[in-house]
Design a protein around this ligand. Structure first.
Ligand code: SF4
Length: 303
């Protein structure tokens, strides 16, 4: 990558090729904090053997409530060349991963695309899953055509006031709408294999935050009216207070079971049938993985 970075809607123009870091905190080289088989995704992604999950460091959004805040608000982990990243993908496949699950990869899109090409040429056959915050540019996502077949974006907020408060991104909803439209263009239909594992399509995650029930309803209404059954909706209850929330006291509690049930009921009443729900007990800090560089090359330099 050369020239000012314009990969995400921040359009901050950092000269990452010259050693600068942007709003996302990332420099030129991809940095990851963990690569392991992950069991806590949707059943069609985790399956029986686990999803081959690579957690990237840094983030274009940096949400105030991020449960991966230890690596999203600062870049921590192992720096990896595209070749090393391809080795990690192949190693996960070797361990039995159903797919390669790329978590928060947007700010490393060119290197991830190169790594996928390299890994495919060397025998990677499982699907690649783009697991992102939804704050992305269609032009950047276009680079994934033919490389990524499953998209797993968040759609976090509809209200510009809420997205400004929690992410300093009042344009979040408009960006997420455009990003999901591009993802649906690349992978228009959900496809599952004989074991029920998703091999292509778009699954949009809607995480219910405390006090944001009516905003989450608007997100689900939009997705259902725009995409009907061609996009799956994953309604998530797992929000757990994490990190310094002094400026956001409303986020210092978990979502109540009744709030979550009302959101699920709303989706059912709308006619949503292609979706996933969670047990309200699927929250807690115990579900946050350790970002200890597990599964990454020992020789990789510490970022
Ligand atoms: S990916 Fe990072 S450096 Fe590039 S525009 Fe976005 S925030 Fe800026």
């Amino acid at each position: 990558m050369s020239g000012p970075c314009l990969l995400c809607p921040r359009l901050c123009g950092a000269r990452r090729d010259l050693g600068e870091t942007g709003f996302c905190g990332a420099g030129e080289t991809p940095v990851a904090a963990r690569a392991s088989l992950h069991e806590w995704e949707e059943p069609c992604i985790s399956g029986s053997r686990g999803s081959g999950t690579v957690f990237f460091s840094g983030c274009c959004l940096r949400c105030a409530f991020c449960q991966n805040g230890g690596i999203s608000r600062r870049v921590k982990g192992a720096a990896l060349s595209p070749r090393q990243l391809a080795d990690v993908f192949l190693s996960l496949q070797e361990k039995g991963a159903h797919n390669i699950n790329l978590v928060t990869p947007t700010h490393f899109t060119p290197a991830v695309a190169a790594a996928l090409d390299d890994a495919r040429a060397r025998g990677l056959t499982v699907p690649a899953v783009w697991n992102s915050g939804g704050y992305e540019l269609p032009g950047t996502l276009e680079r994934l055509r033919g490389r990524v077949s499953v998209f797993l974006p968040d759609f976090k907020f509809m209200s510009p006031e809420i997205s400004q408060r929690y992410c300093s991104a009042p344009d979040y909803a408009e960006r997420a709408k455009a990003a999901i439209a591009k993802m649906a263009d690349i992978s228009p239909r959900p496809v599952f294999d004989a074991d029920g594992m998703v091999t292509s399509g778009v699954i949009v995650r809607v995480l219910l935050l405390p006090g944001c029930l009516s905003d989450a309803k608007k997100v689900i209404e939009y997705l259902h009216s725009e995409y009907g059954e061609s996009v799956y909706i994953s309604i998530m209850s797992q929000y757990t207070p994490f990190g310094d929330l002094e400026r956001f006291p409303e986020l210092k509690r978990r979502v109540r079971a009744r709030e979550y049930e009302r959101l699920v009921d709303y989706a059912v009443d709308l006619g949503v049938v292609n979706g996933f729900t969670q047990d309200v007990s699927s929250s807690g800090l115990g579900f946050i993985p350790s970002f200890d560089c597990e599964g990454l090359p020992q020789a990789a330099p510490e970022a």
